[in-house]
Design a protein around this ligand. Structure first.
Ligand code: QAP
Ligand code: CO
Length: 168
């Protein structure tokens, strides 16, 4: 396993749309375990391949307290089960130090492939629902800051540009 370098907003590479994984091979398994290690190291609850500059549809999530229940989502698809929007405070390992409230549909059904190549579906609400929607946005090149006002996003951008060496 290896800890990978995480792209920091406003790095334009975070805007790349990820491609479907065509085969669950050793490369995808290595990427998944590296993503998990990178996420745990950063005290995150979710991380997408996009954030480590690999543009494949791979996401890892672990919303457990004990950090012992990783969920790997390959080629995830989402269906909204309850469109009623719920507000949740979100952060992102690519936007360190900033948390903002975002509204999203409260209940979803996720269908994805696991690391054995089997399709599975789960229903999610609460934190897991937020985390899946947040990470799936990354695969489409979207960031939770896109849901904020331009003013708020610009302020966060300026602060991160000052603090980190961001490639724009
Ligand atoms: C996405 O985010 C998420 O600013 C995952 O200094 C966030 O793991 C889904 C993190 C909230 C649902 C709710 C952020 C770590 C981690 C930071 C994360 C930081 C250190 C964010
Ligand atoms: Co994120």
């Amino acid at each position: 396993m290896a800890v990978l370098k995480i792209l920091i907003f406003p790095d334009q590479r975070l805007r790349t749309v990820a491609k479907d994984v065509l085969e669950i091979n050793d490369e995808v398994k290595k990427l998944s375990s590296d993503l998990l290690e990178t996420m745990y190291k950063g005290n995150g609850i979710g991380l997408s391949a996009t954030q480590v500059n690999v543009h494949k549809k791979v996401v890892v999530i672990d919303v457990s307290e004990e950090k012992n229940s990783p969920l790997f989502l390959i080629n995830p698809k989402v269906e909204i089960l309850d469109p009623e929007e719920k507000i949740h405070s979100e952060g992102c390992l690519s936007v360190p130090g900033f948390y903002e409230e975002v509204k999203r549909p409260r209940k979803i059904k996720i269908t994805a492939i696991d690391l054995d190549g089997n399709e599975f579906s789960i229903e999610a609400s609460d934190l897991l629902s937020v985390a899946v929607q947040h990470e799936m946005d990354h695969l489409e090149g979207r960031i939770f800051l896109d849901f904020l006002s331009n003013l708020k996003r610009q302020r966060i951008k300026q602060k991160l540009l000052k603090k980190f060496k961001v490639v724009v």
